[in-house]
Design a protein around this ligand. Sequence first.
Ligand code: MLT
Length: 405
Amino acid sequence: MIKVNENYFNLEESYLFSTIAKKVNEYQIKNPNKKVIKLGIGDVTLPLIPEVVKAMKKAIEEMGQKETFRGYGPEQGYDFLREKIAKYDYQDKGIDIDLDEIFVSDGAKCDTGNITEIFSKNNKVAITDPVYPVYLDTNIMCGRINKEKPVVYLPCTKENNFMPELPKEHVDIIYLCSPNNPTGATMTKGELKKWVEYAKNNKSIILYDAAYERFIQDQNTVHSIFEIEGAKETAIEFKSYSKTAGFTGVRCGYVVIPKEVKAYKENGEEVEVRKMWNRRQCTKFNGTPYITQRGAEAIYTERGRKEIDKNIEYYRENAKIIKEGLEEAGFNVYGGINSPYIWLEVPNGKSSWEFFDELLENVNIVGTPGVGFGKCGEGFFRLTAFGDRENTIEAIDRIKKYYKK
Ligand code: MLT
C-alpha cells in the first residue's frame, strides 16, 4: 500500500496566500459589482523594464537559430550572469564573492525551501514570529519540525521593535529576513553582528533572506549579510529578482554560499556546504532558462539599473502614501521605509482575520492578516506597496474615509 509523507498533516490546512485568494474570490462572486483593491500578496504590478524585454527578445531570437541555440545550461547559472552578480552586488560593495559561490535559481521561495534538504533532520531550527511561512512549512514537510522537535520561535513584537532576540538555547539553523517580510523592520549592522557571533560560537548557520534588499534607504542597514565580519563562515544569502526587477512571473534569483561555510557529519567531520548544494543542484535542477538569465543580466547595464531604480522609487512612493495615509487615519504603522511592506496594528482589539473581513466587506480592500505569519502577528495586518498608484491612492482614501468617521 502506497504511504504518504505524514509530515504534511502537521501543516496548516492551506497556504496563507491561497486561503486569502479563495476568500476574495468567494466575495467577488457574491459581489460582482464591487471594485476590490488587492494589497495582499506582495506581487509586483509594473511591467518588466524595457532593457530586460530587449535582452529577453534577443535571447529568444538566439534560441531560434541553429548557430546560437542553447540546450541545457550550467546548473549553477551562466557565467555571464554570475559575473554581474559578483561584481555589482558584491565586489563593488567591497565584498569578495567568487563566481563558484553563486548559484542562480528560479527564485528565493524555492531556494529557501530546497536548502533544508542538505541539513540533518535533527537540527534545531529558529525562526522569527511573525515569519514568511515558507521557512516553517518546508521544515515541517521534511520532518525537521514537529511536536517532538518544536521550532524555536523568536518573537518580533512592537515592544522589541520587531527585532528578534538571540535564543537562550542552542539552535543550528537560523532564518533571518531583512528587510523583513512581513513587519518591514530592517536589521542594523549591530543587530546582525550579534547573530553572526552567535552562529560562530554555536557552529550554526544563518539562512539570510535578502529578497527586499533593494528597498533599503538607511545608511546603517546592510545590503548583504556578508558586509558583517565573520558572516562568510556562518551565513547563506538568498536574493531574488522578483521584487527588484518585477520578476515574480519570470522567476529568477540566486543563493550565495561562501566556501568558508561549513557543517558537520555525525562523526564531527567538517563538510563544505557549498559543495553539497552544488551536488544537489546538479541532480535536481537543470538550470534557470537561458532567456530568463539574459533578462536578469540586463538589469545590471547602466540603463537597466536606472530603469530598475525608477520602479523601486515608484513602489517606495506607494509605501509612503500608505504609511502616511494610515497614520492620518489614526493607525499605528510600522515598516514601509526600507521595505515595501506596511505593518499596521489592528485597531479596537480586533483579531487580524476580523480586520481582514471588515476591510474586504466594508472597504473592499484585501490585505494579509498578521496572524497568518505566526502567533505574534495576531492583532497586526500587512499591506503591500506593490499595487499600482491609482489603486493605492484609492485604497488609502477609502480607508481614511471609513476609519476617520
Ligand atoms: C509575500 O506576499 O509575502 C510574497 O509575495 C510571497 C513570496 O514572495 O513568495
